[in-house]
Design a protein around this ligand. Structure first.
Ligand SMILES: *Cc1c(COP(=O)(O)O)cnc(C)c1O
Length: 393
């Protein structure tokens, strides 16, 4: 696979360690500086006024210092530049969390009078909740990928999908959905795949969203979100970020840039572990069904014949916790935690069964991970019918 993105002549692995750092040698630096300033001095108020007017018109980052920390931050901008390169988009805008990023997109479209959203389940539980509860005034039509074109209305501002989806790992033909969207922007939540395995902009998505809390940060110590898109929409998002305040802290921006540098090796190594665990789980009589995406990745979901809560209580090496994408492995029960906030019938209708467990596979030795899973699955072989095949997608 050619890993060059459409907007870069350098391969993904090269961009991962160099993008957002191109000016460092000229500054006489090797590691990126962390700028913690909340404000920036200027003796020329007229020039500041002009810079604020320019930002209010286009949302373009001011040339030179950002005036105030809510308009932008140079350390965060390095991460944004790097992520845009990896996703192959013109720009990226970072937020305090994945949910702050999604909120900004919904506010941007809603402010244009385009409050209707077409969405495909399953989505991450809180994304589902944000739309279903109409917390930001949006109105949602849930459909399957084939129903997207028919669900569009004159006031549709966004089509929203996840692929592979949280937590079932269901996959969507992004190119087909992008075509069905016509002129309505398609937002793909690319948190699970990361740009290492899939770059939705190359398939026609206009907006690519990440919970950067997961693989981009990669170490379970940063809460962040980011939207990769064209420069025009990025300007609108920066204006919304300025007005609503969901900014990313510069230290988080630094950690995310650092996280990106190992993203390709982390994703590939964890994916190799995950593929092996998926294979062993699929062959195990205690397991009813395994979900593992065709494009690969480090997430595995599976349904057990026995009590899923016993598996959660039984792990010793793997951490029983929500979230994903860290260097260490995590397991959780979506019906109890990540997707608890979704109505139970809607949740089950989207394929999130009460027996489903979601495993985020880390970088531990695969034999140690298997020994832990094997012990947690216990001696119970279940009574249900054995389904041998690995459910793809
Ligand atoms: C975690 C997650 C989110 C929300 O991100 P936060 O950083 O927790 O706000 C959105 N989408 C997906 C697919 C996620 O896994």
């Amino acid at each position: 696979m050619d890993t060059r993105t459409t907007r870069s002549s350098r391969a993904l692995a090269t961009e991962a360690v160099h993008a957002g750092r191109d000016d460092l040698a000229g500054l006489g630096l090797h590691a990126p500086p962390i700028d913690l300033s909340t404000t920036y001095p200027s003796y020329d108020s007229r020039a500041e006024a002009a810079r604020i007017d320019a930002f209010a018109t286009t949302g373009a980052e001011p040339d030179g210092p950002p005036v105030y920390g809510r308009l932008g931050n140079p350390t965060v901008a390095r991460f944004e530049t790097a992520l845009a390169r990896l996703e192959g988009t013109e720009a990226a805008v970072a937020f305090a969390s994945g949910m702050a990023a999604l909120s900004a997109v919904l506010l941007a479209r809603g402010a244009m009078g385009l409050r209707h959203v077409v969405a495909v389940r399953p989505l991450y539980g809180c994304s589902d909740h944000l739309l279903t509860a109409g917390l930001l005034g949006s109105e949602v039509t849930w459909t399957d990928p084939a129903g997207v074109a028919g669900a569009l209305r004159p006031d549709t501002g966004l089509v929203l999908v996840e692929s592979p989806a949280n937590p079932t790992l269901a996959e969507i033909d992004l190119r087909a959905v992008a075509e069905a969207c016509g002129s309505v922007p398609l937002l793909v939540d690319n948190t699970f795949a990361t740009p290492v395995l899939q770059r939705p902009a190359e398939h026609g998505a206009r907006i690519v969203l990440h919970s950067a809390t997961k693989y981009l940060g990669g170490h379970g110590d940063v809460l962040a979100g980011v939207v990769a898109c064209d420069e025009e929409f990025a300007g609108t998002l920066r204006q919304i970020r300025f007005a609503t305040g969901g900014v990313l802290h510069p230290l988080a921006g630094y950690l995310l840039l650092r996280g990106l540098s190992t993203l390709p090796v982390r994703v590939r190594a964890a994916s190799a572990n995950a593929a092996e665990l998926a294979r062993r789980l699929a062959a195990d009589p205690r397991v009813e069904r395994v979900h593992y995406p065709r494009i690969g990745g480090a997430m595995v979901s599976f349904e057990v014949h026995g009590d899923p809560h016993r598996v959660i209580a039984g792990v010793r090496l793997i951490t029983p916790a929500v979230s994903l994408g860290s260097v260490d492995s995590l397991i959780q029960h979506p019906a109890s935690i990540s997707h608890r906030i979704v109505d139970a019938d809607d949740r089950r209708g989207a394929g999130v069964s009460d027996r489903l467990l979601r495993l985020s596979v880390g970088l531990e030795d695969v034999e140690d991970l298997w020994a832990d899973l094997d012990g947690a699955l216990g001696g119970h072989t279940g009574t249900g019918t054995r389904q041998e095949e690995l459910v793809q997608g």
